[in-house]
Design a binder for this molecule. Structure first.
Ligand code: FPP
Length: 258
């Protein structure tokens, strides 16, 4: 079996790509949902209207990714840097999370989608923390797809915490510094239960990672799409899968076709 990192099995999917290409679809797709603000201001609307429309895309793409056989879908919903936005936008976003969780959790559970969160939940409002725990419990049996929501997530902070944990084990004499491996670091990250993303999509034309899954993206394929997130629909997602299937993933090795 192809391996992403030592000890980390590559995800596989059941559904072949629409193009008839024999390359497997990505098992794990991660999305930086960018452009909600620009979508709204371009229409003379307040930024929060863009985030509201963004929720529709979250719903549509989650359902569609599952239908296409994607096993893990990670959505970057709120970064550790997003606290720098005006208070009313942050509160508006939190209200939208509440709305989404109230409306969607039961549906996700019924559809067999397991929801998991990554990021530092301790800084989120208490009621949202409770909703997160409830959502994870309610959907725990889901086995069709895992929806990973990155909420108050920052990759550097995650790596710092992982490093501190390993350093503490070294200080306690449980481990020697030279024995630390990349597998051990992966195991200390928020994403330890999930495979690394095969494909990372960023909408809205920007071409950067913005502190998202820095370690996990070592061998991910990247697609930067011009559409704003509220306009990113099922055909856009299919197009990304098709483009992914045309990529030649070598993981540092040589082309299979020579
Ligand atoms: C980036 O657009 C988007 C965000 C910071 C928030 C994304 C949140 C949602 C789509 C809704 C909630 C999600 C879930 C999973 C319930 P931007 O505001 O940076 O857009 P801009 O770059 O055009 O200003």
């Amino acid at each position: 079996m192809r391996r992403l990192l030592p000890g980390r099995p590559a995800p596989v999917t059941d559904v072949p790509p629409k193009t008839g290409d024999t390359r497997p679809l990505p098992g794990h797709v991660a999305i930086i949902m960018d452009g909600n603000g620009r979508w709204a201001t371009g229409r003379g609307l307040p930024r929060i209207a863009g985030h509201k429309r963004g929720i529709n895309s979250v719903r549509k793409i989650t359902r569609h990714a599952k239908a296409r056989g994607v096993r893990y879908l990670t959505l970057f919903a709120f970064s550790t840097e997003n606290w720098l936005r005006p208070k009313e936008e942050v509160h508006g976003l939190f209200d939208l999370f509440r709305y989404y969780m109230r409306r969607e959790c039961r549906t996700l559970a019924r559809e067999g989608v397991r929801i998991r969160f990554i990021g530092d939940s301790s800084e989120m409002p208490q009621d949202i923390q409770s909703m997160m725990v409830e959502a994870e419990n309610m959907t725990a049996a889901g086995d069709t797809m895992t929806l990973i929501v990155a909420l108050n997530y920052g990759s550097r902070a995650e790596i710092v915490t992982a490093t501190q944990r390993l350093a503490a084990r070294v200080a306690a004499g449980e481990l020697s510094a030279g024995d630390i491996t990349d597998t051990m670091i992966s195991a200390e990250l928020n994403t330890s239960d999930f495979p690394d993303p095969d494909l990372i999509i960023r909408t809205s034309g920007e071409q950067r990672l913005s502190n998202f899954l820095l370690w996990q993206a070592a061998y991910s394929e990247f697609l930067f799409v011009d559409r704003h997130w509220p306009d990113f629909d099922e055909p856009s997602f299919d197009e990304c899968l098709d483009l992914y299937c045309q990529r030649d993933r070598r993981f540092g090795g040589l082309r299979k076709s020579g």
